[in-house]
Design a protein around this ligand. Sequence first.
Ligand code: BJW
Ligand code: ZN
Length: 253
Amino acid sequence: MVDQIKTAAALLARARSLFVLTGAGISAESKIPTFRGKDGLWKNYSATELATPEAFAKDPQLVWDWYRWRQEIIRNASPNPGHYALVELEKKFDDFMILTQNVDNLHQRAGSRKILELHGNIFKTRCLSCNKITDPQFSSPLMGEEKGEGEKISDMLQCQCGGLLRPDVVWFGEPIPQDIWQTSMEFLSTADAALICGTSGVVWPAAAIPQIAKNNNAKIIEINLEPTPISSLVDTSIIGKSGEVLPAIVERL
Ligand code: BJW
Ligand code: ZN
């Protein structure tokens, strides 16, 4: 692994602009469950069952319970050395961007500034009726209350307009935010290097990024605990924990 870390550091030392894609693996060492690992199940439901508009339409309380559970874990978690190493990397590049698939805020809490969220943010809510997006850190939407015939929406949030709030995240089958995708692709089109960290590389459109980077002649480094579908097309694949590999790369830069 030391050789690959040296190779990655040498590759980054020659780059002027760096694009970073992160996934759940970068937060795994902060003890936040990943989606497809053995810890990806909640009450026997998988993320692919719960992270859909259909699941929310069928049973919003169940889906909110899952999000409440995850919000609590995330609130009590802290950024790990992988997140902090990316803060250091940002300082070393004039042109730098992190595109994260994570909804957990940990990059921002670590101090990353040039960061875009592809799949939304778990702490924001969106009203199904009026579409208003609320960040509960900055405002306080009404907590759920007794509804009509004793029907309780106790753990769901209700918008001031009376509509049902949902987490402001991107579920399967929903379009990703076009402005964020476009800004990322513009950056990637001129990036010298791309670092793909802690993602299984199976969820689109993020899964297309390594191939897009390759088509643009960027050098690609992957960091993951195991080989993924994208490993075969990257320049350097480093098998290891992002919380160990990223600081080791930064140290050699
Ligand atoms: C470590 C580590 C350590 C662990 N160090 N590494 C068939 C073919 C192609 C595409 C499709 C298809 N059928 C459907 C689609 C489209 C679909 C899709 O991709 N499905 C696939 C599953 C097949 N995609 C979509 O629907 C997307 N939208 C879309 O395509 O829109 C089109 C459209 C256009 C116009 C109108 C309408 C539609 C949206 C995808 C949204 C994904 N949402 C989620 C939930 C977000 C909210 C939430 O968090 O609750 O995003 S699902 C989940 O997967 C989450 C993640 O961001 C995403 C990716 O997962 P990630 O981050 O890669 O995590 P894991 O768990 O998979 O992997 C962790 C990795 O870390 C592993 O590899 C570990 O080894 C590694 N690791 N510890 C380093 N310490
Ligand atoms: Zn509303």
